[in-house]
Design a protein around this ligand. Structure first.
Ligand code: SIN
Length: 494
């Protein structure tokens, strides 16, 4: 193994420079790629070099999986309270280093520093919550069917977990996976997104300081196809957890089929945000801003379609565009920035293509609609009306700061429009009629519904989708299920 403990020179305003790493974390050591190959990470706001990480492949991934396999034996044999103590320390270290973690996150991902700090807290909350929940990983005693038998169900860790995580939440999407995994007694090998590996390595440094034993949590950066290929092929990996696009999720699930791994997939969305005539309009506007423009529209649960009832439509369009014009676009490192740059040019091109398609078919821009004068990957927060189901933005996830507004007349029509998608992650409904809120919630085809709220994510509730939005749930007491297997014990008393 090619090990490294060097710190990289940086101009980032960090209190603790040792959080910025240029090596992978395998078996408790900082490791370079066998080939020596490195990849540069650039700030999407300034294009400056933020750091460099190894380009690893199958061999380093296999090493990490092997060390995770060995480390799990002792980790899972410990008590839940012992694991909870280590997780608690990791959680505390994340909060103690919140500002540095946020600086690294914003520098490689672009989101406003205020949002980055929130993400660090959100990410840390999974570690705290699952550390506590480890102590409640109860089994069951089944009332017997025979006098001389006793039936018991144990919950055991599923085994080595491979995690493939996205760039839009470089910290929280790792902790949402590793916290339940480690709490249950599993070990993990994580491949962060090539756009945002530095946050993952900083997390690994804090895991090390918290006393997570060598091999229990590993981070391998580099070639997605080679690392993902090894993760899905390797028989020692018993579970794969992935957050990202539906196309990649389907591919990974197919690759996992040969070794029958358990899979959790948190994939694309096409969230409807339904505003009925009786809604509290100001609350709906506040919810619309947070649900659409969080992370510049780059979250899986971001509203992709605003469905607004005819009676309130024009007022909603007007109020939303007034609010959107005020969103300050800029470098995420500035405290007053609300909208950072998009992650890369490809993201900008997709947003442009969706807008062009909508305009060609009769939609009208109310505000925004083009690249921002700041240049690079900045895009103007956009409101567009007269959008119809024939347009690309009705079917595909735009993943950018565009609010397309559709008009509907009846509750039945709203439901039909909301469900006319292959995706089923999140939905938002604004109404004062609680009967309607229940009816719509029960009939809408998504894994999560926000009623009169635009932000639903929390560590204590189950996050996940149905249809092509995924399999499994993350967070909450249900989140532990994905990292455990049931073992039935039948005891004869004779
Ligand atoms: C995601 O975009 O996948 C996660 C968003 C969240 O946790 O709120």
């Amino acid at each position: 193994m090619n090990t490294s403990t060097q710190l990289i020179p940086t101009t980032l305003p960090l209190q603790d420079r040792s959080l910025l790493r240029d090596a992978c974390y395998i078996n408790g050591q900082w490791v370079k790629a066998n080939s020596g190959a490195m990849q540069s990470i650039h700030n999407p706001a300034t294009h400056e070099l933020v750091g460099r990480v190894p380009i690893c492949g199958e061999i380093e991934t296999r090493d990490a999986i092997q060390s995770a396999h060995l480390a799990m034996q002792e980790w899972s044999a410990g008590t839940a309270a012992e694991r909870a103590k280590v997780l608690r320390r990791w959680y505390e270290l994340m909060l103690e280093n919140m500002n540095d973690l946020a600086v690294i996150l914003t520098s490689e991902q672009g989101k406003p520093i205020i949002e980055a700090r929130s993400e660090v807290k959100y990410g840390a909350s999974f570690i705290e919550w699952f550390g506590e929940e480890a102590k409640r990983m109860y089994g069951d005693v089944i009332p017997t069917h025979m006098k001389d038998r006793r039936l018991i169900v144990l919950r055991q860790p599923v085994g080595v977990v491979a995690a493939i995580t996205p760039w839009n939440f470089p910290i929280a999407m790792i902790t949402r996976k590793c916290a339940p995994a480690l709490a249950a007694g599993c070990s993990m090998v994580c491949k962060p997104s090539p756009e945002t590996p530095l946050s993952a390595l900083a997390l690994a440094e804090l895991a090390h300081r918290a006393g997570v034993p060598p091999g229990v949590f590993n981070v391998v950066t580099g070639d997605a196809i080679k690392i993902g290929g090894e993760m899905t092929r390797n028989e020692l990996v018993r579970k794969l957890s992935f957050t990202g696009s539906t196309r990649t999720g389907v591919l990974l699930a197919t690759q996992c089929a040969a070794t029958l791994k358990k899979v959790s997939l948190e994939l694309g969305g096409n969230a409807p945000f339904i505003v009925f005539d009786d809604a509290d309009i100001d609350a709906a506007i506040a919810g619309a801003i947070i649900s659409k423009f969080r992370n510049s529209g780059q979250t899986c649960v971001c509203t992709n379609r605003f469905l607004v009832q005819a009676g309130i439509h024009d007022t909603f369009v007007e109020k939303l565009s007034h609010a959107v014009v005020k969103l300050k676009v800029g470098n995420g490192m500035l405290e007053d920035t609300i909208q950072g740059p998009l992650i890369n040019q490809h993201a900008v091109e997709k947003v442009e293509a969706h807008i062009a398609d909508a305009l060609k078919q009769g939609a009208r821009i109310i505000t925004g609609g083009k690249r921002h004068s700041l240049g690079g990957t900045y895009f103007e927060p956009t409101v567009i009306k007269d959008v119809t189901s024939a347009m690309r933005m009705a079917r595909e996830e735009t993943f950018g700061p565009v609010a397309p507004i559709f008009k509907f007349s009846t509750e039945a029509e709203a439901l039909q429009m909301a469900n006319a998608t292959e995706f089923g992650l999140a939905a938002y409904v604004y109404t004062k009629d609680m009967g309607r809120a229940w009816r719509v919630t029960e009939q809408i085809e998504t894994g999560m519904v926000g009623i009169n709220v635009g932000l639903i994510s929390t560590e204590i509730a189950p996050f996940g989708g149905i249809k092509m939005s995924g399999i499994g749930r993350e967070g909450s007491k249900y989140g532990l299920d994905d990292y455990t297997e049931l073992k039935y014990m039948c005891m004869g008393l004779s």
